[in-house]
Ligand binder design. Sequence first.
Ligand code: ATP
Ligand code: MG
Length: 210
Amino acid sequence: MPIIAIATTKGGPGKTTLAMSLARYWARSGLNVECLDTDPNRNLTTWLATAGCPVPCTAIAEDDVVDAAAAADERADVVIIDVAGALAKALVYAVSVAGAVVIPVRPDAKDVAEAARTQQHIETARKMVRRAIPYAATLVQVNRRAQVTAHSRAQLQALGVPVLNADVPLRTAYQQASYTGDPLADASVLDDISAIAAEVMALVESNHGA
Ligand SMILES: Nc1ncnc2c1ncn2[C@@H]1O[C@H](COP(=O)(O)OP(=O)(O)OP(=O)(O)O)[C@@H](O)[C@H]1O
Ligand SMILES: [Mg+2]
């Protein structure tokens, strides 16, 4: 069963928002979801507790990522690991155990550069664990009509970073969810996240078929 790491060395693009949204999406699809919160700020733990979300979330120290992921993987259908936006051991450990890594990227030069840096860390992890680690960037907080969105997608592709077709628009519903803990109450968010979730599961499957 998949372990999904949501990770980039860049702070603030929307990792925790995406982790929370995917956790809620898969849980309402009937899957048994568990989250691991490796960020010392514990944003995911707090948000999932808000509005009494039934998805269990364990706050863990970075040295415990590998063991906690293995234990959660025994119990759950899907394990989601939220990682702090910095190069830290938690990021390396999380991508090392992941069945797929999602790299959230705002349409912005710095975010694109950090996605490429994250890709290098995933490549290093792949050599350490000696298995494929499927990964892809996904554009987040986008204005779909803005030229910079297409430009950032093209930049990622030019850097050799795979990009999901599905993106996450900039929507107040996601900001609202930082208070309510449930972005999926918004129908547009449900569409965004179901498209991302399908592509993430296909990414996991791509490895099984390899
Ligand atoms: N698609 C979106 N549309 C609008 N606002 C968003 C979106 N995604 C995230 N945000 C907002 O951006 C801010 C940062 O989001 P979030 O905390 O999820 O980022 P992060 O990558 O986890 O940050 P950190 O690196 O600090 O852990 C929050 O205020 C959140 O509400
Ligand atoms: Mg976060």
